[in-house]
Design a protein around this ligand. Structure first.
Ligand code: ME8
Length: 675
């Protein structure tokens, strides 16, 4: 039976839309989950949304929605974003789901039956932002975590006997030093617990947006107990179904809870104490990473300094975001995000680095060996340089795997890219293009060895980088003629496995270079989202999905990758610039004084757009509500009758007839891209 691996992200609050801080944790977990699968582990990767509590209730009120409507919308935005980014989570749990609610009640009962819950009265301060009971005095006293004013709470509550677990927790941290990583967080937690633990209020009775306490529904369960329990409810704890029970037996305890550093106390103190009280096994480890900073502060909705992942996906793609975050930020520490650094890293490491290595190597094999991997033959064609690359690759495999195992993503990628740089230098020094001009046997043989060596090194880097940049590496793998990269068994990766005579696939650039305008474009997109001061409208080409200049830095003089476009036809790259998506009409009305126009609000999964469409003569507005449509999502905004239209609905317009909307016979999720 294969080894199991269960990994979780925090479940994200739905008080605001996702940003790249959330994406950061999710990408790190996705990378780990993908690696585990490549190592043959039976992997379960869980993420989801945290939807109860006062903070969410108030956010819904502020938006003029019921909590359920509100949480449905924002939770769908998270789900759609992960889908768009190719995140490979096995489940997505929402705390408002029935399965979760019932199982949390079961956990509460169990802790109560084990004698760890009593009723009392809580009088003290509460921080709604952190959903945290705070040791502070007086109304308005600042929360020690976030500095916001706290509220005074006086209510009859259920209490959890946290105080009795202090010694057991300290024993846990001492006996299992890896329980909390990195070490700095472990030290913080240990001194917090050594300072003494007070019993914890685990219910609230002055609002109702939560899971009722079993047998006492005037109370709702404290949102952190509700939320933390997702890690077990999602995999079947507390279910009476046999399948769910088996899944729980199989996957629990979690191998890794990945979190941001601000929620360490909940995960490293409260959660193990709840589990001890329920007599359930404890997770094997908790890893707390640092914060993404933007404009020198923690990126967060409340500070208004967020960057949306969608902007980066639109302009540079998911791999660029994944690579940047894991390469640029030392995992565990805080790291700054900037569009300049993103584009610089993208160009240096992806476009000019791996992308260029792939295109120049594969293009030369295509040109000089009719697209078949050549034989590195005969002794006279070997040089010390060839062997050095092989040796380097062998070392990189070991080093990179060890670093990934310790979640040192940045150093792991640095090691892999060290090989890219070495091969680049090797190619420049050996000038295969000059050998390619000669026909004598020795030159051919030498050329074969150089290109085989380069292609094999490319294969190794591609395999190692796959969990981080899955899209591009899948493409390079198939361009290498190796088929589906997901079939690769990573522990078996060795130098010299590239089969000779392998027929390459179609060679196409994977990372087009981004020019300076990419930075401006992303900045503008974000400013517009924030309703910022910039009044500049996006230029007609400002929202293309692929940055300009589609050629990689070419292998001199061999690689020529420009796409020729005969007879007014467009290339696949041109088509890829059109961002066609499935949207769902949420609201529709006639535009005053315009017989042909309707104003629509279209949900794209990640946002709701206003679109003005010339379909009023074909469709009554009320018939469009709920209908799924195809929308050109990256059209520059324009004004029609004073209304800004952000996108275009796709319809057939028969000569002299009425417009007919494009649609689908099968159900398809909102936000799905058409390609
Ligand atoms: O805390 N930098 O949800 P949340 C890095 N619902 N990571 C960031 C980040 C940033 N600027 N901003 C957010 C909650 N994150 C609770 C969790 S779990 C049982 C309940 C990531 O929406 C990071 O993982 O505030 C952080 O811990 C998490 O999002 C907080 O998400």
């Amino acid at each position: 039976m294969s080894r199991k691996f269960y990994i979780t992200t925090p479940i994200y609050y739905v008080n605001a839309r996702p940003h790249i801080g959330h994406a950061y944790t999710t990408i790190a977990c996705d990378t780990i989950a993908r690696r585990q699968r490549m190592f043959g582990a039976d992997t379960f990767f869980l993420t989801g949304t945290d939807e109860h509590g006062q903070k969410i209730e108030r956010a819904a009120q502020a938006a003029g929605k019921t909590p359920q409507e509100f949480t449905d919308e924002v939770s769908a935005q998270f789900r759609a974003l992960w889908q768009r980014m190719g995140i490979t989570n096995d489940d997505f749990i929402r705390t408002t789901e029935e399965r979760h609610k019932k199982r949390v009640q079961e956990l509460f009962r169990r802790i109560r039956d084990n004698g760890h819950i009593y009723k009392g009265t809580y009088t003290g301060q509460y921080c709604v932002f952190d959903e945290l009971y705070v040791d502070a005095v007086g109304p308005g006293a600042p929360c020690p975590e976030c500095g916001r004013p706290t509220e005074t709470v006086k209510e009859e509550n259920y209490f959890f006997k946290l105080s009795v677990f202090a010694d057991k927790l300290l024993q846990l941290y001492t006996e299992q030093p890896d329980f909390i990583r990195p070490e700095t967080r472990r030290n913080e937690v240990m001194s917090f617990v050594r300072g003494g633990l007070r019993d914890l209020s685990i219910s609230r009775s002055t609002f109702s947006w939560g899971i009722p306490v079993p047998d006492d529904p005037k109370h709702v369960i404290y949102v952190w107990l509700d939320a933390l329990a997702n890690y077990i409810t999602a995999i079947g704890y507390g279910s009476s179904h046999k399948g769910a029970q088996e899944a729980f037996q199989k996957y629990w305890p979690a191998d890794l809870h990945m979190i941001g550093k601000e929620i360490v106390r909940f995960h490293c103190v409260y959660w193990p104490a709840f589990l001890m009280a329920a007599r359930l096994p404890l997770p094997k480890g908790i890893m707390a990473h640092g914060w993404l900073l933007f404009e020198e502060n923690k990126m967060s909705k409340s500070r208004g300094n967020i960057v949306r992942a969608e902007t980066i996906l639109d302009v540079l793609g998911a791999d660029a975001l994944r690579y940047f975050l894991l390469r640029e930020v030392v995992f565990g520490q805080d790291g700054s995000f900037s569009f300049d650094a993103l584009v610089q890293r993208y160009n240096s490491d992806l476009a000019n680095g791996l992308g260029n290595l792939a295109s120049r190597t594969l293009t030369m094999i295509t040109r000089y060996f009719r697209g078949q991997v050549p034989y590195p033959s005969a002794a006279f064609s070997q040089s010390a340089g060839d062997n050095a690359i092989a040796e380097n690759a062998r070392k990189v495999i070991v080093e990179c795997n060890a670093l990934f195992d310790q979640y040192q993503f940045s150093r792991a990628l640095e090691a892999a890219w060290g090989l890219v740089a070495a091969v680049d230098k090797y190619i420049v020094e050996n000038e295969p293009w000059a050998l390619g001009e000669k026909q004598d046997e020795e030159s051919r043989s030498r050329l074969a060895t150089i290109l085989y060596t380069s292609a094999e090194a490319l294969r190794i880097v591609t395999a190692l980088a796959h969990p981080v940049i899955p899209d591009a590496t899948s493409k390079i793998w198939s361009q290498l003629g190796l088929g589906d990269i997901r079939k690769l068994v990573l522990p078996e990766l060795k130098w010299g496995q590239l089969p000779l005579s392998t027929k390459l696939g179609n060679v196409e650039p994977v990372f087009p270079r981004a020019d300076k305008s990419a930075i401006e474009r992303m900045q503008k997109m974000e400013e517009q989202q924030r309703g910022g001061s910039s009044t500049t409208q996006a230029q007609p080409d400002a929202s293309t999905t692929v940055p300009p200049v589609a050629t990689q830095a070419a292998a001199a003089p061999a690689a020529k990758l420009a796409v020729t476009v005969p007879d007014g036809k467009i290339s696949i790259d041109d088509f890829a610039k059109v961002d066609l998506r499935v949207g769902q009409v949420k609201a529709a009305e006639k535009v005053k004084g315009a017989d042909k126009l309707l104003r629509l609000e279209v949900d794209l999964g990640t946002e709701v757009r206003q679109v003005v469409a010339g379909i009023a003569e074909s469709y009554a507005p009320e018939l469009l509500i709920g209908r799924k449509v195809v929308i050109v999502a990256n059209l520059a905004p324009r004004k029609l009758r004073g209304l800004e239209s952000n996108g275009m609905i796709v319809a057939a317009s028969p000569e002299g007839g009425k417009a007919v909307l494009a649609g689908f016979l099968e159900d398809v999720p909102v936000g799905t891209r058409l390609k």
